[in-house]
Design a protein around this ligand. Sequence first.
Ligand code: GLU
Length: 427
Amino acid sequence: MRSPILDYLDDIIARTDHVDSGAPADYIPELAAADPDRVAVALCTVNGTVYASGDTDQEFSIQSMSKPFAYALAIEDRGLEDILERVGVEPSGEAFNELSLDSETGRPKNPMINAGAIATHALIDDTEEPVVDRLLALFSALTERPATIDEDLAASELSTGDRNLGLAYLLHASGSLARDPAAAVRGYARQCSVNVTVRDLALMASTLANAGVQPNTGRRLFGRRTTRHLLSVMASCGMYDAAGDWLTAVGIPAKSGVAGGIIGVLPGQVGVAVFSPRLDAHGNSARGVVMMERLSEDLGLHLMEASRPSRSSLRERLSTALEGEPATVYVLQGDMVLSGIEALVQELVENPPPTHLVVFDMSRVDEVLPVARRTSAAMATKLIDEGHRIVLVDPEETVADFRDSQGREVERWTVERLARAGGGAVD
Ligand code: GLU
């Protein structure tokens, strides 16, 4: 049986068939030769399954969609504070290749316009390996296939790359470019010439949706904080001077490239990618933007859309006997975020455990956010003060070194002990 998700993606392509405005970029001679009628769309949830329709295996150059990933690598190398001192995070409202730096600091306005991207490329550490090799390794880890560069395209970009070269010299003169300007632009042109398909891009976007962890390999490629920061910059600066229109109409962090690709990320849920080479006046794929608008509307992707509250952290409450003692077992699940922990606290307050022994089974918990940790410490304190014996079953140590807010350590059991004692959730 064919997945209805694939049928839906076919439908997106069919419904946008009439959008034929714009033209492929021509300031890079090789790009002008692209077949303008190619079209593809893909999505990949944080579970890692890629759904794609149209010219799904068509390779094209990543162009500016490489910028967020290079930025993330630079942040991982040098730390966010260091990068923020050198490249700003303010939307510029200008074209992608504008010759402008912040008039006071001399810094590029953000890492998504060319000035910021060239500076960022030169901030990636090259002491052990050349920058471009590190980027290729990163793209390969993101897409689960060896990344390659279209060297003809890179040469073509350099042959008409005076503007980027001009930007690099400007950056160098203002102290914002650490390396030789010509070498930085060469490396940057190769970074932009990496071959991708919409499948690759959907996987790359879903890694960002998945807080920096590649969903299939489970490898953490970027820190949670780096990813959050990056997505914020994509939301405000990703679509060049159309960023405001984009955020209101489509409403997800995104990045476009002049070869006609666009990636979009709905944090915690899905990465999407579209491809169509004809560009609008802003340099974004004209049909790609319409496809993204449809996806956002149909799939409810808009970030500002109030979604259903996430599911409760409490999966079930069991009344049982453990090691001969009456006990209440709370089986917790998922990521413990504010809304989920609030539901648990409410349950404990309104329906207090009737037994002395209270067990929190956290074997199904993925992550405990700081707010949930603080709230559960406060809750544990109240329960202990009321005379309860609290036991944590936390095999993954999602709350390592957990103490109540008086600093008292909480008793821990292994999953095996809970099972032997006659507890544990039934699947
Ligand atoms: N390599 C392109 C340039 O710097 C990237 C531009 C883009 O995709 O927006 O001109």
